[in-house]
Design a binder for this molecule. Sequence first.
Ligand code: PMP
Length: 407
Amino acid sequence: TDILNIQEIRADFPILDQEINGKKLVYFDNAATTQKPTPVINAIAHYYNFDNANIHRGIHTLAERATRDFEASRTAIRDFLGASSTEEIIFTSGTTQGINLVASTYGRKFINAGDEIIISGMEHHSNIVPWQMLCEEKGIVLKVIPVSDEGELDLEAFEKLLSEKVKLVSFNHVSNSLGTINPVKTIVDLAHKFGAKVLVDGAQATSHINIDVQALDVDFYVFSAHKLYGPTGMGVLYGKKDILNAMPPYMGGGEMIKEVTFEKTTYNELPYKFEAGTPNIADVVALKTALEYTDKLGRENIAAHENMLLNYATDQLREIEGLRIIGNAKNKISVLSFVIDGIHHQDIGVLLDNQGIAVRTGHHCTQPLMQRFNILGTSRASFAVYNTTEEIDRLVAGLHKTIKMLK
Ligand code: PMP
């Protein structure tokens, strides 16, 4: 029993109404990026059609309008995350940049040789590589929370890794490969007992779960707009104000300064200290529209619909002979990763695409996690608010056809 009218919602996403290889498109690659509703597309067009100007320094009307809408988006994101101040909301190019920013500034300044950083075994490469680079540079030790067969973090093992040496714990709220929802507050509380700071990669969480950074007590939270029905190349870093204030700037340039002389430069206040250069203004503005769109639907309603789809799809995929689902956490979002005996995931992807069905195949930027499960990759169907049970029936039929052709 759906509260949402899915057919009405589908009408908001023009891209869905097309044929691929002669079949109506089924888009099941939402964990990679969600499609954009008309209001978001219109917000970008409206900005360029009517308001385009550079922000903050202009006094003419267009510059004032652009600045107003840009900063209104920051306020909307503060409320969306439950942050206490707009000073804690830094615009970035995405999750990847948010993590790199923290590694390059907080990490370089406050984490030293012999210290430890803990990540998890189910991290996206963007939450592995920046820490490895930092560890190599500074002689820091990287430790990893193991993943169970079900695809959950081993919290007992995590507790054993903790000590006063640990300066930072960084892990995802939701795994993009398994769908696992991790117990953020439990991990945060354990880490804080030892004085470690915590960064949470929320890339996969924000479209499914209500976030409250103060209740979770996270020190940093990062996400990308494009997984939340917003534009690509735009994201957010939340950080606690006192921590951000203690951090050196990331990139140098315009906007992030207070005063520049050749002898010495002083830096701007938060959040501008971390926002050098002309930002992605139209896309920042459009993220606010994406938040309004999902707020109107209600994240609980979106999650309820997606859970229904996940259960429906899981039951049906379990019936397929030789198919194994990777990631069976008790708490998961609508990501369904699977392997089929004797069939390469790439072949599955190609043959499904022939039938108009878009799934992702491969390692999903989580190679260590694939190694943990002794596989090269999976096929991954991930569902969004506009997906339907009819589309899942198409996937199931498509898989049967694929297996028949390849076996
Ligand atoms: N972390 C997770 C869990 C992700 O799913 C992704 C995107 N696949 C990222 C980080 C990176 O996001 P972006 O490419 O937008 O920076």
